[in-house]
Design a protein. Structure first.
Length: 86
C-alpha cells in the first residue's frame, strides 16, 4: 500500500523543487499541493523515496516524527512558502 502511494507521488506531474542545503542539492515534491493555503500548518513532502511531514511552529518549520535536521525542514518550509505565497 505504501509503495503505491510513493509511486503515485513520483508519477505526479507537479513541480519538482530543488534546494541546496549545506552545499548539497536535494530534490523534493509536495505530496498534495492543492491543499496548501495560508492556514496550512502541515505539509507532506516526498524527499528521495521517503515521505516526510513538516509542520509549522510559529514562524519555524520542523520535521514531524523524523530524526532529520530541523534547519533543513525550515529551509524547505520557507521555499514552499515563497512558491505558494504564504
Amino acid at each position: 500500500m505504501e509503495s503505491n502511494r510513493i509511486a503515485d507521488i513520483l508519477n505526479y506531474k507537479g513541480q519538482l523543487f530543488r534546494i541546496t542545503y549545506q552545499n548539497l542539492d536535494y530534490y523534493f515534491r509536495v505530496a498534495k499541493p492543492a491543499k496548501i493555503t495560508a492556514s496550512t500548518s502541515e505539509i507532506e513532502i516526498l524527499l528521495g523515496e521517503n515521505t516526510y511531514t513538516i509542520e509549522r511552529e510559529g514562524r519555524m518549520w520542523i520535521f514531524k516524527n523524523a530524526e532529520l535536521d530541523n534547519d533543513f525542514a525550515n529551509a524547505i518550509g520557507r521555499l514552499i512558502c515563497l512558491r505558494y505565497r504564504l
